[in-house]
Design a protein around this ligand. Structure first.
Ligand code: ATP
Length: 353
């Protein structure tokens, strides 16, 4: 049995159902991200785990214990919110000590625990400061320490980085992951930022309109998306219409060209229209090698961005976008120029409709 299980979770607000049959099993020590666009229900699921919302249906079990009859403060869960919810009239030390005082721990133990927590977030030297004397990133680290101090069995993070500027966001997400691994704490992280989710998670749940569209490792989510929504929400993508010629051999027609993907296309029939989805890193200019498909097109965009040249090529009416590294001796292609592009066959995804 997994450490945290969500079984057939439903949630309606009045007549509107915002979470539909959400199922997930999370292992102890796992870091799972809920990723999806605004309004897809990520926060609502998290708040049900915390006990701030009551599911309209389904069961939440943590460490063998059904949570339905437990209030939030009985669930032994630590939570960090988007806005720094620190107590403004308390020092850093007192903020981190807050949960420990409620738990009535002896004074010496509180001091020891807070010291350990401040060391973990590298803010020992700021123990006597007040929240208004801290940067946004420091405030979120204190919020993290405060959530972790009572040794919760689960840590819930609701977009904890979204109010911070880009550089701090990247360094703090690495720090969060490091601390999570060091403590081995089971964590759910809510974000709408795909790079954030891919970079720090053991597994990602891509949510769409109250449902889990796909659950998988970052590698699986990106390389083997099972729905069109996941494919287009995670990473960038160019799509092309094609027609199946021989599903067993994997031959298809794109425009006037016949190409082979060198793998069977299960569940497809001859003459069936399909959509090919192409990741930008699978595409380059030049003659195709043995494991690549070659297509002719006209350059529609050639934009010099410094380290890369953003390129768009019109292939039979389909715009194919990719970046070329700005390498010595490489000239940006000219708009209108006829070029040949090559596409790695293994990276040409055939999406479910
Ligand atoms: P965001 O990233 O914008 O927070 P989210 O994916 O976390 O989005 P939720 O906050 O879970 O989405 O909201 C899911 C849906 O439920 C939305 O349509 C929202 O308007 C609705 N909703 C959330 N809380 C309530 C509430 N208390 N009463 C009514 N509707 C609500």
């Amino acid at each position: 049995m997994s450490f945290l299980t969500l079984t057939n979770i439903q949630k309606s607000f009045g007549p509107v159902q915002v979470v539909h049959d959400f199922n997930m099993a999370i292992e102890q020590g796992e870091f799972v991200s809920f990723l999806g666009p605004s309004g897809c229900g990520k926060t609502t699921v998290l708040r049900m785990v915390a006990g701030f919302e009551t599911p309209t249906g389904g069961r939440i079990v943590i460490n063998g214990q059904d949570q339905s009859s437990l209030r939030p403060n009985q669930r032994n869960i630590g939570m960090v919110f988007q806005a720094y919810a620190l107590f403004p009239n308390m020092t850093v030390f007192d903020n981190v000590a807050f949960g420990l005082k409620i738990d009535r721990l002896p004074r010496a133990e509180i001091a020891e625990r807070v010291k350990g927590m401040l060391a973990l977030i590298h803010l020992e030297h700021l123990a006597d400061r007040y929240p208004y004397q801290l940067s946004g990133g420091q405030q979120q680290r204190v919020a993290l320490a405060r959530a972790l101090a009572p040794k919760p069995q689960v840590l819930l993070l609701d977009e904890p980085l979204s109010a911070l500027d880009a550089k701090i966001r990247v360094s703090l997400r690495e720090e969060i992951r490091q601390i999570q691994q060091q403590l081995g704490i089971t964590t759910i992280f809510v974000t709408h930022d795909q790079e954030e989710a891919l970079s720090i998670s053991d597994r990602v749940v891509v949510m769409n309109a109250g449902r889990a569209d796909q659950i998988g490792t970052p590698f699986e989510i990106y390389n083997q998306p099972t729905t069109r929504f996941v494919a287009s929400f995670v990473g960038t993508l160019s799509t092309m219409e094609a027609t199946v010629l021989d599903p067993a051999a994997g031959t298809i027609r794109i425009g006037r060209e016949t190409v082979s993907l060198d793998r069977p296309l299960p569940g497809r029939t001859a003459n069936e229209p399909i959509n090919l989805a192409l990741r930008p890193e699978a595409i380059a200019l030049g003659e195709p090698g043995p494991d690549e498909v070659g297509l002719d097109g006209q350059v529609a965009l050639s934009q010099f961005l410094g380290s890369v040249i953003r390129t768009r090529v019109n292939v039979s009416g389909h715009m194919i976008s990719f970046d070329m590294f700005n390498q010595p001796g490489r000239k940006p292609p000219m708009v209108g120029e006829t070029v040949r592009i090559r596409i790695a066959k293994s990276h040409a995804l055939v999406l479910a409709d």
